[in-house]
Design a protein around this ligand. Sequence first.
Ligand code: CUA
Length: 127
Amino acid sequence: MTARVALAAILLFFLASAPGAIPAQGPAPRVIEVTAERFEFWPSEIVVAQGEEVELRIRSDDTMHGFRIVGAGTNVLIPKRGKGYAVTRFTGSTPGRYTFECSRMCGAGHNFMRGVLVVRPAGGDTR
Ligand code: CUA
């Protein structure tokens, strides 16, 4: 190999591995589709890994509902069927179980319309 070819190879190596060659953002969050329908969310249990960011896309199969994650500051309105969906992101920073619930009066079962977000601890604990 001539010195010139070696230099070109080294340059190529650095260009390919330079931080600028890779998008600066992390991977896109995992998308989880959620359906709201009187008086349930499906799935009613959503499991994420600690540190994982997920994007929740929540649509209704009937009327307007709300989606609030208790204690997380998340509260979005879910448009009625056929009018699109609500989008919100959640990062499982701390392991535990986080209740989510409907935040818009939608009928007799409104108070029972809830589910749980489970954040599994990093490091293999499979509780
Ligand atoms: Cu659904 Cu309140």
